[in-house]
Write a protein that binds this ligand. Structure first.
Ligand code: TNX
Length: 538
């Protein structure tokens, strides 16, 4: 009896299968809805979008192929397939030539067209039956697939065919960033953030084409990276943080894992060891480093400017050399950030002497030095980079030396500034930065710095007032999304009224990724689970 039922059930099941196999065939042409590619909520806005008003039917008969022999393209395809599987639960095969049922293809193509002669440039051609991503490099292809991810609807249209279809508007996108350096900084020194938190931040930033993560790895309150030749830096210097919690640090293996995860997203990690000021934690671990003449203890407060290395001791430079060497060895990116800010208790002549010497150490280990804007008062050379956070005068000095500048003005680009007087977390010493003020300014030519001298834009997130990933996300999102547009999109393509609609439509993505963004009342968030009225204030 049981056996009979089973046989009947299997027979029925096979009938259903035959029925579906016959009807759910991989039809080439499916009548598709009219669309408008130029009305999609893409951030950052691409250089050119030309709609052709039909749609590509992303479905189970779609397959991805990549240019043969093109380095890194297979990995880019795998990244896309993984994200599609997570977003819409569709498994799209890659480079499987034995498939008989393919009706539509996504082709990630390496093209040596001169139009694509820039490392991150890409073109996206979306037709009814094919999507072609053209780029010279895997990096360009990766940026292109972020655009494609943003075009895939959250839910399928189940009325067009028997199978589920995710219609993607047809047309052509031609894209290339304004700035090569598009970054955010995370201060893991005032409060420590675990590897998993940093990875989550990297993943969301890369969706918006941000390509640099600057890690502020040391400060008065903590030293956060293992240095094998100076182990007390972390065992003592990493043991606390602001507010007296347990602190923490990255082992070199942890750091390598962050670097690897970032590299998979074509993101460069810039390590910062802040010196000669902001060095209390290092000097508590190794008191010979200290130059402020005081007996030091671990510091859990938030004052700045009280610590300094002793800039006239050879042993200090032997120490700096070890630190720069060990970190440079595990940092594939071209930069090493030496901090250099707010050294208020270092004599000017000592500060200049220190920066001059450390620049040479950084160069010896094959890196380009970055420093906060004060470093421009030293005699540094044109290959070093100044990060303009406060002083326009220092930014101009850097330009006179032929240096490039990273634009990070506190009153426009600091993610740790409060949104307004009512919002939680953050400081307001430079400004209140609501989402519109953070977006409505022009980095090109800002403060009279010509565009040619600007390497890029970076939004720093200092962590005096935030101690976990939710608080981090509250300050970073949504503002950092705006900085992605300021650094990628051309000035003609930026417009607050248009941006704020596109931003409102990021809510489903941010919520799916469990990002606890600040639900700014300036934005009419799409079906937001954090609608502003429901936020409880204490
Ligand atoms: C200034 S920006 C600092 C940091 C603080 C930040 C707080 C800079 C180079 N130095 O030490 O964390 O303000 O907003």
């Amino acid at each position: 009896m049981i056996k009979n039922t089973l046989v009947r059930a299997l027979f029925l099941l096979s009938l259903v299968c035959v029925f579906f196999a016959c009807t759910k065939e991989p039809k080439k042409r499916i009548p598709m809805p009219v669309t408008d590619l130029s009305a999609e909520n893409l951030i950052p806005k691409p250089l050119k979008v030309i709609p052709t008003n039909s749609a590509f039917a992303l479905d189970e008969f779609t397959a991805i192929y990549t240019a043969k022999g093109a380095t890194g393209f297979q990995e880019v395809a795998e990244f896309l397939a993984d994200k599609l599987s997570k977003k819409i639960n569709l498994q799209v095969p890659i480079n499987d030539e034995s498939l008989k049922t393919v009706a539509r293809v996504i082709y990630i193509n390496q093209s040596d067209s001169t139009e694509l002669n820039a490392p991150e440039a890409y073109q996206l051609y979306i037709n009814q039956d094919s999507i072609i991503i053209n780029s010279n490099t895997a990096e360009g292809a990766f940026r292109g697939i972020q655009t494609l991810r943003q075009l895939v609807p959250d839910s399928s249209n189940d009325t067009l065919a028997l199978q589920k279809i995710w219609p993607i508007p047809t047309g052509k996108i031609i894209d290339n960033p304004s700035f090569a350096y598009r970054g955010s900084m995370l201060d893991v020194a005032r409060h420590f953030f675990a590897v998993e938190d940093v990875k989550k931040y990297i993943d969301i930033l890369s969706y918006y084409k941000i390509n640099v993560l600057h890690l502020h790895l040391s400060d008065d309150q903590g030293w956060r990276i293992e240095i094998k030749s100076w182990p007390k830096l972390t065992s003592i210097g990493g043991s606390t943080e602001v507010g007296g919690e347990a602190g923490g640090f990255y082992t070199q293996e942890d750091y390598k894992e962050i670097v690897r995860y970032a590299a998979e997203r074509f993101m460069t990690v810039v390590p910062e060891i802040d010196m000669p000021g902001h060095t209390n934690a290092a000097s508590v671990a190794y008191p010979f480093l200290n130059g402020n003449g005081k007996t030091l203890t671990l510091y859990e407060g938030t004052q700045v400017g009280f610590s300094t290395f002793d800039t006239r001791k050879d042993t200090v430079y032997a120490f700096v050399n070890d630190v720069v060497r060990e970190i440079s060895e595990i940092t594939p990116g071209p930069y090493f950030h030496i901090g250099g800010d707010e050294s208020h208790v270092t004599e000017k002549k000592d500060y200049v002497y220190f920066v001059n010497k450390v620049e040479k150490i950084v160069q010896k280990h094959g890196k380009r030095m970055i420093g906060w804007d004060e470093v421009a008062i030293a005699d540094i050379d044109s290959t070093s980079i100044s990060q303009w956070w406060s002083s326009e005068e220092n930014a101009k000095k850097a330009i006179e030396k032929g240096m490039q500048v990273i634009v990070s003005p506190a009153k426009k680009a600091y993610l740790d500034m409060q949104y307004d007087t009512l919002s939680e977390y953050g400081l307001h010493w430079a400004a209140y930065l609501p989402v519109d003020t953070a977006y409505i300014w022009t980095p090109e030519g800002y403060g009279g710095i010509p565009k040619e001298n600007i390497l890029g834009i970076e939004a720093p997130l200092w962590s005096e007032t935030i101690s976990n990933i939710d608080e981090l996300e509250y300050l970073a999102f949504p503002r950092v999304i705006g900085y992605s547009e300021l650094s990628w999109s051309s000035p003609e393509n930026r417009d607050w009224e248009n941006y704020k609609i596109r931003l409102a439509n990021q809510a489903p993505f941010l919520e799916r990724m469990d990002v606890k963004y600040y639900p700014s009342p300036l934005i009419d968030w799409k079906k937001s689970k954090y609608s502003y009225e429901t936020i409880e204030k204490d």
